[in-house]
Design a protein around this ligand. Structure first.
Ligand SMILES: *Cc1c(COP(=O)(O)O)cnc(C)c1O
Length: 432
């Protein structure tokens, strides 16, 4: 399978190039040249398969030409070695809980897959070590660091702004050691991102070190996210819901929802999608007006969705040949303020005894407001509420239990390299 760039200038790339480069040389995002559809019989068959097997069948449609069967199967089974239960919240609204992985957020799926795929390529090519640079404002760093932990041939450098991530988030990538180095930058998230970008452009560094990035523009992080949409539908079918299924996705950079749209193109019976936004309502405004206007992001309590220029919007456009009409027909958007998010979280806790996290709360509320008669929906619960402990406890005015997995991270000892926000310092550190 070849991968083309959404800017259509760069030459087509192999899977290996698309994964190791991340972004196309013309700054576009890589897209698979074909989206292989399933035979309709598969959607009945999948209700009897495991999460790992469903995921493998989907992976085979994307990666089957490039990776031999046994390797791909092992890689997918290993990636998907945790539960993704579908939990009933109301008669028509279900939660697809993507927070049972190692760092309790949906990003575990893409990060684990990418780590294993990259390691496969390194072994196959007998290449030297690969260095993964990732700037994080919290969640991405932990998923990537844990996904790549102990993966041979790969070193990970997580850059994060000193004092600006929560204690739990920080512990998830500063206590691992081994092939993971946490770099505390005396600056902001934007400084971290600038340092990473500059490193990719610096020849002294790139002649010496093989660098790659692990954010959601990378096809190996983004495509595997389609696996769990199939799993959500399979579980709903097993509960007797067979049609008029709506998916609601708390969205920031739009990688998650775009993977769902790919699933739908493969034939997955989802009748339409909802993109739930916080106050960063770029996509909501696009659907309203037809014009895409990025803005600086604003801080909200659903902070992983604070994105002012969603990078995967380019993929959404490309998927629908830039047809505003087709996009609008299939996707509806909602936008919520912090007080609406808090109110939803509190009400669902009191009335349904279901504890949402602030991101999932946007997805739930959009379904509650958007479902039509006869439709059933599931939203992606993108992270465990304990990852946002202070916020959530403040809203429900109760204490709740932190899962053991998170407690374990809290016990570890923090080890970091502290650097200024000057590129020179980061460069000398890398070259050492
Ligand atoms: C990253 C993230 C999102 C946003 O996902 P996108 O793929 O960027 O749209 C939503 N919720 C949580 C908890 C996240 O970590």
């Amino acid at each position: 399978m070849k991968y083309y760039s959404t800017n259509h200038i760069a030459p087509e790339a192999t899977l290996q190039t698309a994964v190791t480069k991340g972004l196309a040389p013309d700054k576009g995002l890589y897209m698979p040249e074909r989206i292989n559809a399933f035979d309709p019989a598969f959607f009945d068959e999948m209700t009897g398969l495991s999460l790992q097997e469903v995921s493998y069948r989907v992976a085979d449609k994307f990666f089957g030409e490039d990776i031999d069967r046994d390797t791909l199967k092992a890689l997918v089974y290993d990636t998907m070695a945790f539960d993704i239960p579908l939990v009933k919240v109301t008669d028509t609204i279900w939660s697809l809980e993507l927070f049972h992985g190692p760092t309790l957020a949906f990003k575990d799926v893409g990060a684990r897959f990418m780590a294993r795929l990259l390691s496969h390529f390194i072994r196959k090519e007998g290449e030297g070590e690969v260095n993964v640079l990732v700037a994080t404002s919290g969640d991405t760093g932990s998923a990537v660091a844990n996904g790549f932990l102990d993966v041979e041939g790969i070193n990970v450098f997580v850059l994060y702004p000193k004092g600006l991530v929560s204690e739990i988030q920080e512990k998830q990538f500063t206590t691992l050691g081994k092939n993971i180095t946490a770099i505390e930058i005396d600056g902001t998230f934007d400084d971290c991102q600038r340092l990473v970008k500059q490193a990719f452009l610096d020849e002294d560094i790139t002649v010496k070190l093989t660098l790659t990035s692990a954010n959601s523009i990378n096809v190996a992080r983004f495509l595997p996210q389609s696996f769990y949409y199939f799993w959500g539908v399979a579980q709903l079918k097993n509960r007797g819901v067979t049609d008029r299924i709506v998916c609601s996705v708390p969205s920031g950079n739009f990688g998650n929802i775009t993977a769902g749209l790919f699933g739908q193109k493969m034939g997955l019976p989802v009748s339409r999608f909802i993109a739930a936004n916080n106050r960063n309502d770029i996509f909501y405004n696009y659907l309203k007006s037809g014009s895409y206007e990025p803005k600086p992001s604003v801080a909200t309590i659903a902070n992983a969705m604070d994105v002012g220029d969603p990078s995967n919007f380019a993929r959404v456009l490309d998927l629908y040949s830039s047809s505003y009409g087709s996009i609008k027909e299939n996707i509806t958007a909602y936008t919520y303020t912090d007080s609406q998010i808090s109110e939803t979280l509190r009400t669902v806790w009191q009335e349904n005894k279901y504890l949402l996290d602030p991101h999932g709360a946007t997805g739930y509320r959009a379904l509650q407001e958007g479902l039509k008669d006869g439709e059933t929906g599931f939203f992606i619960e993108t992270a465990h509420p304990a990852k946002f402990l202070q916020t959530v406890e403040g809203i429900i005015t109760e204490k709740f239990e932190i899962p053991d997995k998170l407690q374990e991270f809290m016990k570890g000892e923090k080890k970091v390299v502290a650097l200024s926000s000057e590129f020179g310092d980061f460069k000398s550190f890398l070259l050492d």
